[in-house]
Design a protein around this ligand. Structure first.
Ligand code: TRH
Length: 357
């Protein structure tokens, strides 16, 4: 009979931005709520978590990661998120257990084909009787899958009206509702020009931080900004659950990094992805690798590349994309169906560990 793990220690370092802790929180919550594990989420900087996840969740204890780590027990499953390097004293305690825990290195989302070959690979510790396993989230059955809560789609009752109600004095016509989550080099100025040259009414909701700084740099006066048919409306930073709802509610989502990118795919709405920029343009290959899998309408692929810094005529590219949005939405719903056939990441992780505890 397989033994199921009962407890997990999940270690997360907040490097920059919100993706690392965003992914770790979702995983911690799902392991506790859906798989009954006692989860300790060790994080070196808890402040961003308070904004993402304002409510406590039964089964998840958030603990401050300080060195040397203060702990009493070692969990059955130890997850090192994104190669964050476990505290030395904790690793020694792992090795001293009568039966050592399952040690998982949770990797960043894998986009390229080589990920299948590396998913699940074992790496023995050079000195201690411990083995670390690499676990890659990804888009195929031979990877660890994607984070997806069981009730994500059944609970997706996002109300467009509710989102709209939060935006003051909207235009009379039914505008295209857009959310904008991006990094600073996003070419928002030419996009805004394209929106202004287009006749379609549009409302763009902008969260605080980098997205608002990007928008503000192109605008004058106080928010909210209205220019012709276009309104740019700052919104507060939302909890993850509310942000998910926003993605379901909008007609077009600009997302970035890793976690919001995956959530936009579950929302099944048209989205534009700004990939996390890497040295020597490594991210461009990843973007192309994903486009090869996802195979969207060519005008969307072109728009994504433009949004990620390639040469573009935004006026023309935007007009084409806007006209193609119903088709893009259809394609995304079919893409979502395909992804739904995969096991979700938390279940895949629990199965992987159950075979090894
Ligand atoms: O913040 P990011 O740019 O994170 C990035 C990536 O994960 C990248 O891979 C990693 O290397 C780098 O961090 C260090 O984008 P991402 O991944 O979309 O994470 C944002 C999180 O913030 C996500 O969990 C959604 C959440 N969020 C909210 O909860 N409320 C909000 O209002 C917004 C705008 C986001």
């Amino acid at each position: 009979m397989r033994t199921l793990p009962k407890s997990t220690d999940l270690f997360c370092k907040v490097i920059d931005n919100l993706g690392d802790i965003g992914v770790c929180w979702r995983l911690a919550r799902q392991l506790a709520v859906e798989h009954g594990l006692a989860v300790r989420l060790w994080v070196d900087e808890p402040a961003p978590l308070a904004a993402l996840a304002p409510d406590d969740v039964a089964g998840v204890r958030v603990c401050l990661w300080s060195e040397p780590l203060v702990f009493e027990t070692v969990a059955d499953v130890v997850i090192e998120a994104f190669g964050c390097e476990l505290p030395e004293n904790y690793v020694r305690a792992m090795a001293a257990q009568p039966s050592p825990p399952v040690w998982i290195n949770l990797e960043y989302l894998g986009l390229e084909d080589w990920v299948e070959g590396c998913h699940g690979m074992a790496s023995p510790h050079p000195r201690l009787p411990l083995t670390k396993h690499f676990f890659f989230p990804g888009f195929t059955a031979r990877t660890g899958g994607l984070l997806r809560e069981t009730d994500l789609l059944s609970g997706a009752t996002a109300s467009r009206r509710r989102t709209m109600a939060g935006t003051p004095s909207l235009p009379e016509e039914d505008p295209l509702l857009v959310s904008l989550f991006c990094y600073d080099p996003a070419p928002f100025a030419p996009l805004l020009t394209a929106w202004l040259e287009d006749d379609a009414p549009l409302v763009c909701l902008v969260p605080p931080g980098k997205p608002l700084a990007v928008a503000r740099a192109c605008l004058q006066g106080d928010a909210p900004w209205t220019m012709g048919n276009v309104r740019i409306v700052p919104i507060p930073f939302l909890s993850q659950d509310d942000y998910d709802e926003l993605l379901f509610a909008c007609d077009l989502n600009f997302v970035r990094g890793e976690d919001s990118f995956v959530r936009a795919q579950w929302a099944g709405k048209p989205f534009v992805w700004q990939i996390y920029p890497q040295e020597e343009d490594a991210h461009r290959q990843k973007l192309d690798a994903f486009l090869d899998r996802y195979r969207p309408d060519p005008c969307l692929a072109r728009f994504w590349r433009a949004w990620n810094g390639r040469d573009a005529d935004f006026t023309q590219d935007w007009r084409r994309l806007r006209q193609a949005l119903p088709e893009v939405a259809r394609h995304n719903r079919a893409w979502r169906e395909k992804l739904l056939a995969q096991k979700d990441l938390a279940s895949a992780l629990v199965n992987f560990c159950a075979a090894r505890v």
